[in-house]
Design a binder for this molecule. Sequence first.
Ligand code: CTP
Ligand code: MG
Length: 218
Amino acid sequence: MKPEVWTIIVAAGSGERFGGLKQFSQLGGTRVLDHSLRTARAVSSGVVVVVPVEFATRDEGNAVDTSEPDRVVVTVAGGTTRSASVRAGLAAVPPAAEVILVHDAARPLASEALFTRVVAAVSAGADAVTPVLPLTDTIRRVGDGVIDRTALLAVQTPQGFRAPALREAHRPGAEATDDVSLVEADGGTVKTVTGERSNIKITDRADLMMAEAWLSAL
Ligand code: CTP
Ligand code: MG
């Protein structure tokens, strides 16, 4: 039996390092946010898009085409931190959801296959699942020389959760840069799946150029 899957896309950041709202920047003829919205809709019963509060009541935030009315898309206002934004999204996910995915709008190129892989790993028996990739750069710890790169993994989204595990970990005030670490700190079981090289996070302008390059190569 397929679980009921809902996806929260967090798009409520201010894009300080980018110098603007990167989630609404143009990428391949549409907005950055629209790429992951399309992918999330394909694999989810419903999607909650978390946008900056000033966009929550405007068309920009609600940029959803209504051609697939069976797929619910809800727009809610985010918080001052990423974790607060996830919680705002979580409040709009219905109790029927069994698997909840949390995805950064800043990662527009995550594939449908990756979303599916994360859901499958949760269904196979984990509280939390994250895509990871090995690092390729040699890494130095400040003041402490080169560290063993084979012990390190770069974490991506979408991350997937058994719904109760995510809801429990997200008690008010809980803060982390990702959600798997919150569930892990709560004693939850974590599994990893292989991420994607093309699933880059847009942090600054150079990343947007990289994403354009990936798009024309994919
Ligand atoms: N995010 C969010 N709410 C926040 C902060 C971040 O929904 N209060 C979202 C961003 O929109 C992004 C994802 O979390 O999709 C990852 O955050 P990041 O890449 O850090 O984006 P920003 O916080 O917008 O960028 P910066 O840190 O440079 O300001
Ligand atoms: Mg940020």
